[in-house]
Design a protein around this ligand. Structure first.
Ligand SMILES: [Zn+2]
Length: 222
């Protein structure tokens, strides 16, 4: 059985505005790539995840996958830059594409849950919402054989009562502070500008939200 109190996971941290290839885990990646500067360990004891970041530190996250046509493309682009990210997966998609779930993990990225089928969870009874979340987590865990600690609410839509219930169920809520809104039909530069503005407003640090299944990624801009 899971021991929720000791279960931990890792968030991979990137640096803003500087190439980090000479630091930490990215040292083996060679020059000229973004690299990943450090791994932040989190657990159920972690309070507000964005507070763990120092100035110029960002976490890159992708929601709503895996997608049969697009996720591998994102993984290849991340490999090119020696960057590790966190993927918050929809359970229904994870069940349909377990091989992709394993590939994301085997390529060094961290997995989190994003519900079973992406509803507005705050509109459901709390017990039903938690069941939906647990079903999503179980689909990911079935694919990898590993526990999943981190969870992100679809639409970042929660309530104090629901957030408390999620933590009691053994999951750590990881919000996003710099949403690229890449689901909008806009040029990718618009997402980049939106992200940079939000990072600046948040003290040049934050958790970036993008979507591997969506169009802006297809156009190769993060
Ligand atoms: Zn989502």
């Amino acid at each position: 059985m899971l021991d929720f109190q000791t279960r931990i996971s890792g968030l991979c941290i990137l640096m803003l505005g500087a190439c980090s290839h000479d630091r930490g885990p990215a040292a083996a990646c060679g020059p000229g790539v973004l690299g990943t500067s450090r791994v932040q360990v989190v657990s159920l004891e972690t309070d507000y995840v964005p507070d763990l970041l120092a100035e110029n530190e960002v976490v890159l996250t992708f929601d709503d996958g895996p997608h049969p046509n697009r996720t591998k493309r994102v993984l290849d682009l991340l490999d090119d830059q020696c960057v590790q990210a966190t993927f918050f997966l929809v359970g229904r998609e994870a069940k349909d594409f377990p091989g992709l779930v394993r590939e994301i993990r085997s390529r060094g990225h961290t997995l989190g849950g994003h519900s079973w089928d992406h509803p507005h969870l705050s509109k459901l009874p709390v017990a039903g919402a938690v069941s939906n979340i647990e079903a999503g987590m179980e689909a990911i865990e079935a694919a990898t054989g590993e526990d999943v600690l981190m969870f992100r609410f679809p639409f970042i839509d929660t309530s104090p009562e629901l957030s408390d219930a999620v933590r009691e169920a053994g999951y750590l809520d990881v919000t996003a502070t710099a949403d690229g809104a890449d689901w909008l039909d806009e040029p990718p530069e618009a997402s980049v500008g939106r992200i940079l503005n939000k990072l600046d407003a948040g003290g040049r640090r934050g958790i970036i939200l993008l979507h591997d299944p969506f169009g802006a990624v297809r156009r190769q801009v993060f």
